[in-house]
Design a protein around this ligand. Structure first.
Ligand SMILES: Nc1ncnc2c1ncn2[C@@H]1O[C@H](COP(=O)(O)OP(=O)(O)OP(=O)(O)O)[C@@H](O)[C@H]1O
Length: 311
């Protein structure tokens, strides 16, 4: 569904300064995948999305998106994809259903077909009761669902979502997600999304791609990345930390010993037995499964969670 080679974008600033926003990325996304594209602020996520959706031409490199070339057939790409950006896409002039019909018309659907599609997406996103209201009167979650409806009215094969749940409270986020997943189950659509919520990427995406400084630094399932790059940990508290670290192959800091293992809950009893047999007294023990943030920390030495979530 997406195949990019050496996609690159730089921006020229004043005084001959250049920002290398995206530095030659290769991407292959299969049909039907839900892919989360993660990275810290300024990593190059939006710039990549804007190139793939033909909003911004690459400085170099190429990409086929939904079977069309972004450089030679941007119109063909746009007709086959949906893009839901960070900002609300509905204006304030039209009522919700009229907004969807005019969007369908903009994609070249005949009036009757645009009306039918508007009713379908309203139903799918449980917005039918809001059909006659102005967008300004909707709640944050409803408004975000309207953005999704606008991105879906022309039945795209591929949907780009830029921060789909940012700015919503936890219940609004859960609600938007349940709609995204339902709509995907109903249509089999490919979804390429950015998010700052790592736990959402972990729970929802089949594949996680991490970009940093304009380069892809990790690509795999959340489980693979966590196992390969971060791993389970056992964390022990003991007054004899140096000896405990020596016996277990862990690292110690003060009274804390941290050791990486394949399966922490399974390895803990044996670890405690070994230490006990050597007379090392353990006062507390916990197991830790890695998060995607641990993966990012292992790769870059920085935490993604320290980033500001965009407003
Ligand atoms: N129009 C522009 N002119 C100059 N520099 C730009 C422009 N657009 C983006 N950049 C720069 O390119 C880099 C990548 O920006 P981009 O918006 O793609 O990052 P991002 O990963 O989407 O960040 P965020 O999570 O904050 O949205 C940043 O250093 C940014 O300042």
């Amino acid at each position: 569904m997406i195949s990019a080679r050496g996609l690159t974008r730089s921006f020229k600033l004043k005084r001959k300064e250049t920002v290398e926003a995206v530095r030659g990325i290769d991407l292959d996304i299969e049909d039907g995948q839900l892919v989360a594209f993660l990275g810290p602020n300024g990593a190059g996520k939006s710039t990549t999305l804007r190139m793939l959706t033909t909003l911004l031409p690459p400085t170099s490199g190429s990409a086929m998106v939904a079977g069309r070339d972004i450089a030679t057939d941007p119109g063909g790409v746009r007709a086959r994809i949906g893009y839901v950006g960070q900002k609300n896409s509905a204006g304030e002039r039209y009522r919700v259903r009229d907004e969807l019909v005019s969007q369908g018309r903009a994609y070249g659907l005949p009036l009757a077909e645009a009306g039918r599609r508007a009713d379908e997406v309203l139903e799918m996103l449980e917005l039918t009761p809001m059909a006659g209201r102005k967008p300004g009167t909707l709640s944050g979650g409803q408004r975000r669902r309207l953005d999704l409806a606008i991105g879906l009215v022309h039945q795209p094969k591929l949907l780009f979502l830029d921060e789909p749940s940012t700015g919503l409270d936890p219940s609004g986020r859960a609600e938007v997600w349940s709609h995204i997943l339902r709509m995907r189950a109903a249509t089999g659509m490919t979804i390429f999304m950015t998010t700052h919520y790592l736990e959402e990427a972990d729970a929802m995406a089949e594949r996680v791609i991490i970009i940093d400084n304009g380069r892809i630094i990790a690509d795999g399932t959340a489980g693979q990345l966590k196992n390969d790059l971060a791993g389970d940990h056992i964390i022990l508290t003991t007054p004899d930390a140096a000896r405990a670290a020596e016996l277990t192959g862990g690292e110690h800091d003060g009274e804390t010993v941290r050791l990486r293992v394949a399966n922490a809950p399974a390895a803990l009893p044996e670890t405690l037995r070994t230490l006990d047999a050597h007379g090392v007294k353990v006062t507390a023990a916990e197991t830790r499964r890695p998060t995607l943030d641990d993966v990012f920390l292992a790769l870059t030495g920085r935490s993604l969670a320290d980033d500001d979530v965009p407003a």
